[in-house]
Design a protein around this ligand. Structure first.
Ligand SMILES: Cc1cc2nc3c(=O)[nH]c(=O)nc-3n(C[C@H](O)[C@H](O)[C@H](O)COP(=O)(O)OP(=O)(O)OC[C@H]3O[C@@H](n4cnc5c(N)ncnc54)[C@H](O)[C@@H]3O)c2cc1C
Length: 547
């Protein structure tokens, strides 16, 4: 058994003290009494501006009896079992598996399958990283879009150019497998202890390449620029393989479908094939950008500038009844706003940052919940068409180019054009435009109502320094593919819907965990014993991504 001391308050500057020293201070005795002492988790408690502090969880082994120690308020000492090992045995007769998509879901599915000795083939519609980086360079500097190589498609999926926040609230044991893997492939070991782990797009790209090399070294294979265009079906809808662009058929026993939320042609093909799916709510709105210093001032008060404090973040929510809400989403301290279009004639914005979070800007999605009833149609793909319609409106508002229509917050609230836009990190260019032309009326109304409330909670949020850029439309998948308790599609056995596009995840870590769960289902069907830690269900919110 290990002992866990949780919620231990630490003054700014104390967070790097050795765990043993802290334990001896709180529990008494000598530092030597605490064996294998380590920091498990650390979070920043900035609720009280005059008393910003860290909360730490420490763990250790000890032969001492601690009785009922006198602990600071909120702090707890308890004994817990060690977490289970993820080791499993290789299967004697591994099945043939094809994975569609090399995002976090596809990649972690591959890594876990390899633990069972299953050597998958990964097919990816986009190119490998080097080519993808140069295609994105063309988009972000000259506004030239490649629909197959962009912020959504290509090696590593949407995760590669993400902000690299690995936060999740799903509470699943496989989260540890994911975080450990990121550390093994190049992320700083510190992320394993942070309540809000962040690696940044620079580090995540390095990890993506190392993960691919590991998959290849263990027997997995990749095909780039290889788009799935159809399912190869046997009797009763049994999936027997993948048909790729160009007509090639790749046979398999299990087809893992992890295409992300932007694979609209793939959703159309699946729908035409009668794959069981349903429309799913999501959220839509704009990205808001401020000087980072404005956010630091408001969040940290007199402690702003303390060397222990990272660039400040925020999380703002405003509920308008049971099914309506506006909220901040994917907040990127020290980040950049980027063009994330993947379809010609449509504009999409999102945010990312490097590990250093040093751009001088803070950005966040500012979105309102979009329910299925808002889609304006009953069809399964109505949500996808709804997203596309507003992305095309944003493209028109930006002058039919891949810039982003933009407005200052005070002008948005007053309904008048912005003469001179406040400074922004967005590339290739922001265009002053009336955002009412590219937002659904109910979304615009909720943002308009929420902004003054958010300004009261974060001073300056609605000031003239705040810029809105449209449109933040790819917050999560507009559909969910239906699967049974064995992970297989309800309509097409042999097909394993997976990750964010299939509607089972909302972010890097939860998509990776879903990839692992799918690998477990495939291994079990091939004869592997039940691996208990992964049996646990995932706590997930339906419409919202969670990072
Ligand atoms: C700019 C940005 C910032 C983000 N920041 C964060 C963050 O900080 N934290 C966080 O948790 N999440 C973040 N996300 C979201 C995160 O990236 C996604 O939730 C995650 O990548 C989903 O993983 P996935 O594997 O399910 O799908 P994806 O990562 O979308 O991968 C799907 C892959 O499938 C491929 N594909 C699609 N269709 C086909 C086909 N027909 N044939 C072959 N291949 C196909 C695609 O090219 C793609 O590579 C961000 C996303 C973006 C765009």
């Amino acid at each position: 058994m290990r002992h866990f001391l949780s919620n231990l308050p630490l003054e700014l500057g104390e967070e790097e003290l050795p765990p043993r020293k802290l334990l001896a201070r709180v529990l008494g005795g000598a530092e030597e009494d605490f064996e294998e002492a380590r920091l498990e988790r650390r979070s920043l408690d900035a609720r009280h501006k005059g008393n910003i502090r860290f909360l730490a969880t420490l763990s250790f082994r000890s032969r001492r009896d601690f009785g009922a120690p006198d602990l600071p308020p909120g702090c707890r000492l308890e004994a817990m079992a060690e977490p289970p090992s993820f080791e499993v045995a290789a299967l004697p007769r591994p099945p043939q598996v094809v994975i569609v998509g090399t995002g976090p879901a596809g990649t972690f599915c591959a890594l876990r399958l390899l633990d069972y000795g299953i050597e998958p083939l990964l097919v990816e519609r986009g190119p490998s990283l080097g080519e993808r980086v140069s295609k994105l360079g063309a988009l972000w500097t000259r506004g030239v879009l490649d629909p197959e190589a962009n912020a959504q498609f290509g090696e590593g999926g949407a995760g590669t150019f993400s902000d690299g926040k690995l936060t999740t609230r799903i509470g699943h044991p496989a989260t540890r497998y994911v975080i450990d893997a990121f550390v093994r492939f190049g992320a700083h070991p510190r992320i394993a202890t942070l309540a809000k782990p962040h690696v940044g797009t620079d580090v995540i790209r390095r990890c993506a390449v190392r993960m691919r090399k590991e998959v290849e070294a263990r027997g997995g294979r990749y095909r780039w620029n290889a788009r799935l265009v159809d399912l190869v079906l046997g009797p009763e809808g049994l999936v027997r393989g993948a048909r790729l662009q160009g007509g090639e058929e790749v046979p398999c026993d299990a087809l893992v479908l992890a295409p992300g939320h932007s694979a609209r042609d793939t959703f159309e093909m699946l729908h035409a094939r009668g794959v069981a799916m349903r429309p799913k709510p999501f959220a839509m709105g704009v990205r808001v950008e401020h000087p980072q210093d404005l956010v630091d001032r408001s969040q940290y008060g007199p402690s702003r500038g303390h060397p222990s404090l990272p660039p400040a973040d925020y999380q703002l929510t405003c509920n308008f009844g049971p099914s309506r809400a506006a909220y901040s989403f994917c907040m990127c301290p020290g980040g950049l706003v980027i063009q994330c279009a993947s379809e010609e004639g449509g504009v999409v914005v999102n945010g990312m940052s490097n590990a250093a979070r040093d751009s001088g800007f803070a950005n966040s999605g500012l979105v309102a919940k979009v329910n299925v009833a808002d889609f304006g149609g009953e069809q399964v793909l109505a949500g996808m068409h709804f997203q596309r319609r507003w992305e095309q409106a944003a493209f028109r508002a930006a002058g039919e180019r891949y810039g982003a229509p933009a407005m200052s917050v005070p002008d948005f609230l007053k309904g008048r054009a912005t003469g001179r836009l406040p400074p922004s990190s967005f590339r290739p260019f922001a265009v002053s435009a009336d955002l009412r032309t590219c937002l659904p009326g109910f979304v615009e109304a909720q943002l308009r109502e929420a902004l003054p409330l958010f300004d009261r909670r974060l001073h300056g949020f609605a000031s003239a320094e705040a810029l809105l850029l449209a449109i933040e439309s790819r917050t999560s998948s507009p559909v969910q593919l239906l699967r049974g308790e064995d992970g297989q599609s309800l309509s097409h056995p042999g097909l394993y819907p997976c990750g964010e596009g299939a509607g089972f995840a909302g972010g890097i870590t939860s998509a990776a965990v879903d990839g692992i769960r799918v690998a477990e289902w495939i291994a079990r069907k091939a004869g592997a014993p039940v691996f208990h830690p992964f049996e646990k269900a995932v706590r997930a919110s339906e419409s919202a991504a969670e990072y």
